[in-house]
Design a protein around this ligand. Structure first.
Ligand SMILES: [Zn+2]
Length: 250
C-alpha cells in the first residue's frame, strides 16, 4: 500500500498501537548506545546477576547510568513523540509500547495508562528489596567521582536504575498489556525499531495475526518488512512531518 492509502487507514482507525525503538529518539540527540562512541563502548552494561553479586559491577552500573543521566537531563521529545501523543489526544491511541528507557514519551505527554515501557526507564531509581522509588536527581547528584553503590534509605536494600538490565526478567504486567494491545489493535505502527530483539519483534507479529494492519517506519529494512502492509524507510521526523500535513489536509 502507498502512503496515501496508509493515511486513509490512519484516519479511519480507532485502535492504533504504536511500537517505538531507539530510532524515534535519535533526532532528540539520544545516541544509539550500541553504536561506536556510544556510552556502551565506554561503560559495558552490567548483567543483572553480576550487579547482585559484586560491588565492582554495581559501581560499573552506576558509572554508566550517571553518564546517561547527565545526557538525559538535556534531551527533549521531538516531533515523533509529540505526534504519537496527538493520537492519544484525538482518542484513537489504544496504546504505546516502547523499547526505550529515555522517558521521552512521558515527557511528550503520553499518559501512564497508554504507555508500556518494555525495558523499564532510566527516569526512576528503585530499591530492589522494598520497591521504593527515588527521583534520579536524589541519587545521581550524590555520586561523586568516587562512590559506593547507593542503598535504600528505608530498608538498606540495593538501589538500581529502573531499566530492565540484561539477565533481569521482563516485567510481567507490562508484557501482558503489550500483548493485549497487540491483539486488539486495528492498526499497529512500528517506529524506529530494527525488530531484531525478542520479545520486541513478537508484538507486530501478534498484531498482524490478530487482524491489524501492520506498518513499519524505520531508517533501515527490518526482518518483518515482507509481512508488513506498509513500509517506509527514511528519517522518522520527516515521515511525521509529511503524515501530519496529510492528516491535517482533510
Ligand atoms: Zn528499600
Amino acid at each position: 500500500m502507498n502512503l496515501e492509502e496508509f493515511v486513509i487507514r490512519v484516519k479511519n482507525s480507532q485502535a492504533i498501537v504504536f511500537f517505538t525503538g531507539a530510532g524515534i529518539s535519535t533526532e532528540s540527540g539520544v545516541p544509539d548506545f550500541r553504536s561506536p562512541g556510544g556510552v556502551w563502548t565506554k561503560y559495558q552494561p552490567v548483567l543483572f546477576q553480576d550487579f547482585l553479586a559484586s560491588e565492582p559491577a554495581r559501581i560499573q552500573h552506576w558509572q554508566l547510568k550517571k553518564a546517561t543521566y547527565e545526557l538525559f537531563k538535556t534531551v527533549k521529545p521531538n516531533i515523533g513523540h509529540d505526534a504519537i501523543y496527538d493520537f492519544e489526544r484525538r482518542g484513537t491511541l489504544l496504546g504505546l509500547i516502547t523499547q526505550n528507557i529515555d522517558g521521552l514519551h512521558k515527557l511528550a505527554g503520553t499518559s501512564e495508562e497508554k504507555l508500556v515501557e518494555l525495558h523499564g526507564t532510566d527516569r526512576l531509581v528503585t530499591c530492589l528489596q522494598c520497591g521504593k522509588q527515588y527521583a534520579p536527581a536524589d541519587v545521581y547528584e550524590t555520586l561523586g567521582d568516587e562512590f559506593i553503590a547507593p542503598t535504600c534509605g528505608d530498608c538498606g536494600g540495593l538501589l538500581k536504575s529502573a531499566n530492565v538490565s540484561f539477565g533481569q526478567s521482563m516485567p510481567i504486567a507490562a508484557m501482558q498489556r503489550a500483548q493485549t494491545w497487540s491483539e486488539q489493535a486495528d492498526l499497529f505502527i512500528v517506529i524506529g525499531s530494527s525488530l531484531q530483539v525478542q520479545p520486541a519483534a513478537s508484538f507486530p507479529v501478534i498484531a498482524k495475526r490478530s487482524g491489524a494492519l501492520l506498518a513499519i517506519i524505520n531508517r533501515d529494512p527490518t526482518p518483518l518488512d515482507e509481512v508488513a502492509d506498509f513500509v517506509h524507510h527514511g528519517a522518522i521526523g520527516d515521515f511525521f512531518r509529511r503524515l501530519q500535513g496529510m492528516l491535517g489536509d482533510s
